[in-house]
Design a protein around this ligand. Structure first.
Ligand SMILES: Nc1ncnc2c1ncn2[C@@H]1O[C@H](COP(=O)(O)OP(=O)(O)OP(=O)(O)O)[C@@H](O)[C@H]1O
Ligand SMILES: [Mg+2]
Length: 322
């Protein structure tokens, strides 16, 4: 079976191509660019709502091209000690440059970029210093080696605009909430990963259709209630109908990849706990229960604080109140 980290997730094919193209340029067309005295684009900003697969995309590209990733995370950088954050940034960039010299290319990944490099108009002193250091490092890295810098964020408008100018994180890749056909592909992917197989018609699990294999969920069933299942080592597969996926795709508007994964997992758990003999396909009722546990991220509500004070609680200031 293919390493899951090397698998381009359904619906992420186009962003994958865009990022892969950039790495490919840096790896294979270095000499061509040098001949023209231009440097290939080496900075990308990936943005989109939470759970659409931004982080996963970067890891997949790095694995496919076999290049090392130097991740920079907010918690490392936001140290209370003066200059500590800048020091970590410089160290990571230096490590990536050394690596690129040894292995022809490396990648710096700054996840949740908006927390590290917020708009300087609204930033604290500490954050402003970090943004400036990052800008200097990004400018310097062009001449230092074959290093690709990828930033990811779900709040691109909060990122300091200087980072997004040509020569820095100049390429932008947006990943949106999956469309209906993306959702179908993602659902099919997860249903098959959880041991389900498509069946054209309502299934009868005869011995010839039973497939062997160990379910990825087997560690969940180490308790007594499921001893019968662990004993059989999951020599069963669930079956689902193709039109069932179609129906599910229609019911999951606003679900991102991470939601769909959670939804299938919850449905599968429900099916297993209510059918310990594993002899029936996943049903709409399993998903009905799963829907109660997994709402669509894109539609999740948010809370706001509404002040208890009214204009009448403020004395004077008549003109300002107008
Ligand atoms: N298109 C997809 N197909 C299948 N699974 C997906 C897809 N998108 C996301 N996932 C699942 O959701 C998980 C979370 O994705 P990831 O961490 O990459 O999201 P993210 O966009 O970086 O979110 P955040 O903005 O919160 O960091 C992935 O590991 C994967 O299991
Ligand atoms: Mg992420």
């Amino acid at each position: 079976m293919e390493d899951p980290d090397l698998f381009v997730l359904p619906g992420l094919e186009s962003p994958f191509e865009k990022l892969a193209e950039l790495v490919y340029f840096s790896l294979h067309h270095q000499a061509d660019f040098a001949r023209l005295h231009v440097s290939p684009p080496r900075g990308v900003l990936i943005y989109g709502p939470p759970g659409v697969g931004k982080t996963r995309l970067v890891k997949t590209v790095a694995q496919k091209f076999n290049i090392n990733v130097y991740s920079i995370v907010g918690s490392e950088i936001q140290s209370p000690y003066f200059g500590q954050g800048e020091k970590v940034l410089v160290q990571k960039f230096n490590q990536a440059v050394d690596d690129a010299e040894r292995n022809s290319c490396s990648l710096i990944f700054i996840d949740e970029l908006d927390t590290i490099a917020p708009n300087r108009d609204y930033a604290s002193n500490h954050e402003t210093r970090l943004v400036s250091s990052l800008l200097v490092l990004l400018d310097g890295i062009k001449s230092r080696g074959n290093v690709i810098v990828v930033g990811a964020s779900n709040r691109p408008n909060s990122i300091d605009s200087a980072l997004r100018r040509p020569g820095r994180l100049e390429r932008e890749i947006s990943i949106n909430v999956p469309t209906r056909s993306d959702r179908k592909a993602i659902l099919t992917y997860y249903l098959s990963r959880f041991g389900c197989r498509t069946a054209p018609a309502p299934t009868t699990t005869t011995s010839s259709t039973i497939e062997s294999g160990t379910s990825p969920l087997s560690p969940l069933f180490n308790n007594k209630k499921y001893t019968c299942l662990t004993k059989t080592k999951f020599f069963f597969a669930h079956f689902f109908r193709k039109d069932f996926v179609e129906w599910l795709a229609g019911r999951t508007v606003g679900f991102v990849g991470a939601d769909l994964e959670a939804l299938c997992r919850e449905a599968y758990i429900h099916s297993l706990t209510h059918n310990p003999d594993l002899m029936r396909p996943l049903a709409a009722s399993d998903f009905a229960e799963a829907f109660k546990l997994v709402p669509a991220s894109a539609k999740k509500g948010y809370t706001i604080d509404v002040s208890d004070y009214s204009w009448d609680d403020i004395g004077g200031l008549y003109e300002t109140k107008q």
